[in-house]
Design a protein around this ligand. Structure first.
Ligand SMILES: *Cc1c(COP(=O)(O)O)cnc(C)c1O
Length: 335
C-alpha cells in the first residue's frame, strides 16, 4: 500500500525497534526512567529550552501547554483552522475553562498581527483575559517566515502575551528553511513537537519550555492521565527520531514536489504550487468524484482521504518511485 493519508502512518525504523527492545527503563512518574530523561534533555537542547516533557500525543502536549499558560477564564488566540482549536476536541475549553479566540489564517499560514491586536480584550470585567498567542508551523504544510516570527513575538512581548508554537511538524519547517530549529523555537515560550509523524517514532510528542513551565506542565500531564511508567520503551524511538530522522524530511519535501508537479498536469486537478512547501500536497478536483477516485486508488493499492481538496502527505514509507506510480494511476483514472 502507498499510504498518502498522513505522515502519522509511518512505521518505526529497524533501529528504533532495536533501541526500544534494549531501552533502559524506570518509573517515569518518579522521574526514574533514564531513557525518557535522555529524550527530554535532548529535545530541550535541540530546541534551545531549559526543559522538556515527553507526552503521549501532540494533542496532549498542546492541551498541557494551554492549561499551563492560561488560568480558568483566560483566553488564547489561535487560527480558525488550527489543530489545537478544531482537531483536539476543544480540550482547553472542555477541561481547562480556557476560551479560544480564533481568527482567520492568512494564506501563508500566519496570523496577521493587526488581527491579533484587534482581538486582545481590554481590561474589563465583561471580558476574558487574553494571555497567549498560539501559532502553528508548519500549518497545512506551509512554513512561517523568520521575519514574521520576529515581528509577532516582539508584538506579543509588547502586549505581555505568551507565545506557544504547535510545532507538530516544526522540523519540516526548519529543514525547508535550511536553518537550525532554534531559529524558529527561540521566538516562543513553549513548543510542542510530534515525534510520531514524519520523524517516524511510533508514539509521543515533546513539549519544551522553561524549567518552571515544564514543572507546571508535568503536573497537568499527570492530571490528563499522561503519567506513564516505563515509558523509556517508547522514548527510545523518540531519541532516534530527533537525533537521526530530521534531515531525511528533505526527501519527503522532494517527493511532495514530484507528486505535485505530476498531478498538476492533469486537467481535472488544480494545485497551487505556492502551497507545496514541505510534505503536503493539496489537490483540488474540478469534479466532485473524490470518493470514486479514492475507491479506484484503493483497488490500485493507494490510500487517500476522500476529501476535496485531497490532502496528500509524503513520509518515510513512500518513495519517489511510488510518487510516479501514483501519478500514473491517477492519470489512468481520468483517461
Ligand atoms: C498531528 C497534529 C497535532 C496532534 O498530534 P496527535 O499526536 O495526533 O495528537 C497537533 N498539531 C498539528 C498541527 C498536527 O498536525
Amino acid at each position: 500500500m502507498i499510504d498518502l493519508r498522513s505522515d502519522t502512518v509511518t512505521k518505526p525504523t529497524e533501529e528504533m525497534r532495536q533501541a526500544m527492545a534494549q531501552a533502559e527503563v524506570g518509573d517515569d512518574v518518579y522521574g526514574d526512567d533514564p531513557t525518557v530523561n535522555k529524550l527530554q534533555a535532548l529535545a530541550a537542547e535541540k530546541l534551545g529550552f531549559e526543559s522538556a516533557l515527553f507526552t503521549c500525543s501532540g494533542t496532549q502536549a498542546n492541551f498541557i501547554a494551554l492549561i499551563s499558560h492560561c488560568q480558568r477564564g483566560d483566553e488564547y488566540i489561535c487560527g480558525q483552522q488550527a489543530h489545537s482549536y478544531i482537531y483536539e476536541g476543544g480540550g482547553a475549553a472542555v477541561f481547562g475553562s480556557i476560551q479560544p479566540q480564533p481568527i482567520e489564517f492568512e494564506a501563508d499560514g500566519s496570523l496577521a498581527i493587526d488581527k491579533i491586536s484587534q482581538k486582545i480584550k481590554p481590561d474589563d470585567i465583561h471580558c476574558t483575559r487574553t494571555k497567549l498567542v498560539c501559532l502553528e508551523n508548519t500549518h497545512s504544510g506551509k512554513v512561517l517566515g523568520l521575519d514574521y516570527l520576529k515581528d509577532v513575538s516582539n508584538f506579543a512581548q509588547e502586549k505581555k502575551l505568551a507565545m506557544h508554537l504547535d510545532g507538530a511538524r516544526v522540523f519540516n519547517a526548519s529543514v525547508k528553511l535550511g536553518v537550525d530549529v532554534k531559529e524558529i523555537s527561540r521566538h516562543f515560550d513553549s513548543v510542542s513537537v510530534c515525534l510520531s509523524k514524519g520523524l517516524g517514532a511510533p508514539i509521543g510528542s515533546v513539549l519544551c519550555g522553561s524549567k518552571d513551565f515544564i514543572t507546571e506542565a508535568a503536573r497537568w500531564r499527570k492530571v490528563a492521565g499522561g503519567g506513564m511508567r516505563q515509558a523509556g520503551i517508547i522514548a527510545a524511538a523518540g531519541i532516534i527520531a530527533v537525533s537521526k530522522e530530521v534531515q531525511r524530511l528533505e526527501d519527503d519535501h522532494h517527493n511532495a514536489e514530484i507528486l505535485a508537479k505530476g498531478l498538476a498536469e492533469i486537467p481535472q486537478i488544480n494545485i497551487d504550487m505556492n502551497q507545496v512547501q514541505t510534505n503536503m500536497v493539496f489537490a483540488e478536483l474540478t469534479m466532485n468524484n473524490v470518493q470514486q477516485l479514492a475507491d479506484y486508488l484503493k483497488q490500485n493499492n493507494i490510500l487517500i482521504n476522500a476529501s476535496n481538496p485531497i490532502r496528500l502527505v509524503t513520509h518515510k514509507d513512500v518513495s519517489s518511485e511510488d510518487m510516479r506510480q501514483v501519478i500514473e494511476v491517477i492519470k489512468g483514472y481520468f483517461s
